[in-house]
Design a protein around this ligand. Structure first.
Ligand SMILES: Nc1ncnc2c1ncn2[C@@H]1O[C@H](COP(=O)(O)OP(=O)(O)OP(=O)(O)O)[C@@H](O)[C@H]1O
Length: 243
């Protein structure tokens, strides 16, 4: 059997995953998985531990190749991991501008650091930053090259609850400025509800459920709509309701 196997660049932003298969030994982790991310859409990917979320993100990032099917992504894309991967021997500004060329690199780096609320910290060393600040630098580094697709692998999982809520505000603010499509992996149903245009739930190597969140910002905070959606997502995840 010969399936088309490729990672291809597309002109539009967003991404298309078409019948993608990824196996590790005998284990089929992604089993003909389909997923389309629209231009400027923020899709949150939920799923039980070990179901293949990071595997899918790595394929979209180009860090791995599928065994079958097709992954179409824009050339300009960035990935943010749970633990910041800043270079400890470079200052904050340099960490942000590492991938940039040209005379405007420093100026651009400063601008993006200002957007994530870190003006004045350009000269700091990574070890001098809090966890939340380090993830802000990671976001700045991801956004500085104006990617068309941003992949976020549990970017706020290691942060405390209050810092995480601040990061949600920041992501919402950044979205109004940067017009990238985003795919964010999380275990946190409330994070999904807070941020997503659409929540997709992975099951048995595929996307098992998909929910568009046509909620206003106020509705996202309102208890009834939020609780209904929360119950649905917990059900999709196979978790008992907890009231
Ligand atoms: N390079 C690899 N070699 C062998 N097995 C792998 C490899 N990468 C992932 N796997 C396996 O594939 C499965 C899916 O892993 P993956 O990290 O994608 O899950 P996940 O949904 O992101 O999990 P978590 O939510 O716990 O981070 C796991 O069983 C894992 O052990």
């Amino acid at each position: 059997m010969s399936a088309p196997v490729a990672t291809r660049h597309r002109r539009q932003a967003g991404a298309v995953v078409d019948k993608v298969v990824r196996r590790f030994g005998d284990r089929v982790v992604l089993d003909h998985l389909d997923l389309t991310i629209a231009d400027e859409e923020l899709v949150v990917l939920l799923g039980p531990s070990g179901c293949g979320k990071s595997t899918l993100l790595r394929l979209l990032a180009g860090l791995d190749r599928p065994d079958g099917g097709l992954v179409e992504v824009p050339a300009k894309r960035a990935i943010v991991f749970q633990a910041d991967r800043l270079l400890p021997w470079q200052r904050v500004l340099r960490n942000v501008t590492l991938g940039l060329r040209g005379p405007d690199a420093q100026k651009r780096g400063r601008e993006v650091l200002a957007e994530v609320g870190l003006s004045g910290r350009e000269g700091a060393w990574p070890k001098e930053l809090s966890g939340g600040e380090a993830q802000r630098v990671s976001l700045a580094r991801a956004l500085v090259s104006e990617p068309e697709l941003v992949l976020l692998d549990e970017p706020f999982a290691a942060l405390d609850a209050i810092t995480r809520l601040r990061m949600h505000d920041l992501v919402r603010a950044l979205r109004s400025k940067h017009h990238a499509a985003m795919l964010l992996v999380t275990h946190d149903v409330d994070e999904a509800i807070a941020l997503a245009d659409r929540v997709v739930v992975m099951r048995d190597g595929r996307i098992g459920a998909s929910h568009h969140l046509r909620l206003s910002a106020a509705e996202r905070e309102a208890s009834v709509a939020r609780e209904e959606l929360r119950s649905t997502l917990l059900e999709d995840l196979g978790l008992a309701h907890q009231h």
